[in-house]
Design a protein around this ligand. Structure first.
Ligand code: ADP
Ligand code: MG
Ligand code: ZN
Length: 480
């Protein structure tokens, strides 16, 4: 048997930190970073005798996420204690939700490899608290605990095992990220751990109806490692099975450097969390009006923006799809267009040159270091003829390196386009004199020769000559 005889089955448990101002059970700030143990209080440090109070915003944000992913919202939900010991969890239990999650039975849509719409079902979305963080010293001798993150609110979005490839897993997570960004419940900064996923992978022979045994890669926080991790696990599992072995259900850690997975713990010590309702918290009862009100106030979702881009800006389907896939690119597009009034150009820059650089640098759209004003000004400078398109591309590279106003960049670099006919004519004459063969070729009917001459002139001016004027002057001179 070969790889083609197997089907891949994947389910994701996605954690998103909510962007509420304060933590889930106390009024400490949720802000990322800060000196260790400065964003905490007796409640999130689990001092004896303290009592949690549920932050209403957390419920609101989770309901928003549920509504935006087609979930049923529970009218009657509760918090449970999930008991386990780990040094970053000072209470020795995590407050989570067990049998009555806030949201259930939703779905999101992705496009499969044939471009067909495919639904990935969501089992549930529940709320819980994040744990603290252990900082290990480089010799592995000491670990210090930082509780700034303890009690930061999370939603966990659990998918059904409906995903069938690494590519679908990436699309699914990008969709989740995009939705959470649009409804403004999480900043989804993967590099800060605001969005991370446990990736469950199994394989089975094609045609088999029962799922294979899965392994789970914990806390994956980049699209690239998720794709690499899945590909690695699929190959590993198939090889084990092909050699007559069995897959152990285990928790794995993906290591980006070595490009392989390591076992963290196996089923032997599978945890019994002894869930029970948290006696310190009341049930979460939601009225229909409450849910309706959130539904009616949901921000504009990608689908509606997409339609608007077709009508309002006359973009193509493809452009509208790509631009609205991320709220950040979509906002960049709208803000820049408002200033420079050239939607087509903004769209082109975002989809080609900016996308290319993001890809090369392995950056996400939200890490773009320059502003919409910068992009708009760049386009205006080209539209006005102050710089050529070629110089524009160089300005963009600068914007990524050292963002500031494009007009400043071209001034500092001396990149302003030469549009003075007298100055260009001097260069044209010089190039003609230096290249008699090309001139003769052109006169003998080889039209292409002019391209070479223009190229030489561009080189001479370091790309700064206005191309229209340059072409016009060459034509005039060569006709003589
Ligand atoms: P746990 O919470 O113990 O990890 P769950 O039953 O809640 O277990 O499943 C967690 C995730 O694993 C879900 O996203 C689910 O879709 C996925 N999953 C379950 N069975 C499989 C399987 N055989 N192969 C791949 N993914 C699976
Ligand atoms: Mg799990
Ligand atoms: Zn606190």
């Amino acid at each position: 048997m070969s790889k083609e005889d197997y089907e891949v089955v994947i389910g994701l448990e996605t954690h998103a930190e909510l962007s509420t101002k304060t933590k889930i059970f106390c009024s400490c700030p949720t802000e990322f970073g800060g000196e260790p143990n400065t964003h905490c209080c007796p409640i999130c440090m689990a001092m004896p005798g303290t009592l949690p109070v549920l932050n209403e915003r957390v419920v609101e944000y989770a309901v928003k996420a549920g509504l935006a992913t087609n979930c049923e919202i529970s009218r009657n939900s509760k918090n449970d204690r999930k008991n386990y010991f780990y040094p970053d969890l000072p209470k020795a239990y995590q407050i989570s939700q067990f049998d009555k999650p806030l949201c259930e039975k939703g779905y999101v849509e992705i496009e499969d490899e044939n471009g067909e719409k495919k639904k990935i079902r969501l089992t549930r979305i529940h709320i819980e608290e994040d744990a603290g963080k252990l900082n290990h010293d480089e010799y592995g001798r000491e670990s210090l605990v930082d509780l700034n993150r303890a009690g930061v609110p999370l939603i966990e979005i659990v998918s059904e095992p409906d995903i069938r490839s690494a590519d679908e897993a990436e699309k699914y997570l990008r969709k989740i990220k995009s939705i959470l960004e649009y409804i403004e419940v999480s900043d989804c900064k993967m590099q800060e751990g605001s969005l991370r996923a446990d990736v469950n992978v199994s394989v089975r022979k094609k045609g088999e109806t029962k799922y294979g045994t899965r392994t789970e890669m914990k806390n994956m926080n980049s699209f690239r490692s998720i794709v690499r991790g899945i590909e690695y696990e699929v190959d590993r599992q198939i090889e084990v099975l092909e050699n007559g072995g069995k897959i152990e259900q285990e928790t794995l850690r993906w290591d980006d450097v070595s490009g392989r997975t390591f076992s963290m713990r196996d089923k032997e010590d599978a945890q019994d969390y002894r869930y029970f309702p948290d006696p310190d918290l009341v049930a979460i009862k939601l009225s229909n009006e409450y849910i309706e009100n959130i539904k009616n106030n949901l921000p504009e979702l990608p689908e509606s923006r997409r339609k608007r881009y077709l009508d309002e800006y006359k973009l193509t389907e493809k452009e509208a799809n790509l631009l609205t896939a991320s709220k950040y690119t979509s906002n960049l597009f709208e803000e820049a267009t408002k200033i420079c009034n050239n939607p087509k150009a903004v769209s082109n820059w975002i989809m080609s040159d900016i996308a290319k650089i993001l890809n090369e640098k392995e950056m996400e759209a939200e890490q773009i270091p320059f502003t919409a004003e910068n992009l708009a000004e760049l386009i205006q400078l080209i539209d006005k003829g102050t710089i050529s398109n070629a110089i524009g591309k160089k300005v963009l590279v600068e914007l990524f390196e050292n963002p500031k106003a494009p007009s400043k960049i071209i001034e500092e670099k001396g990149w302003v386009q030469i549009s003075d006919e007298g100055a260009i004519k001097e260069i044209v004459l010089k190039i003609i004199e230096a290249n008699p063969q090309s001139v003769a070729d052109y006169k003998a009917g080889k039209d292409k020769a002019i391209g070479f001459l223009v190229g030489q002139a561009m080189k001479e001016t370091k790309g700064k000559a206005n191309p229209q004027i340059l072409n016009k002057l060459f034509m005039e001179e060569l006709k003589k």
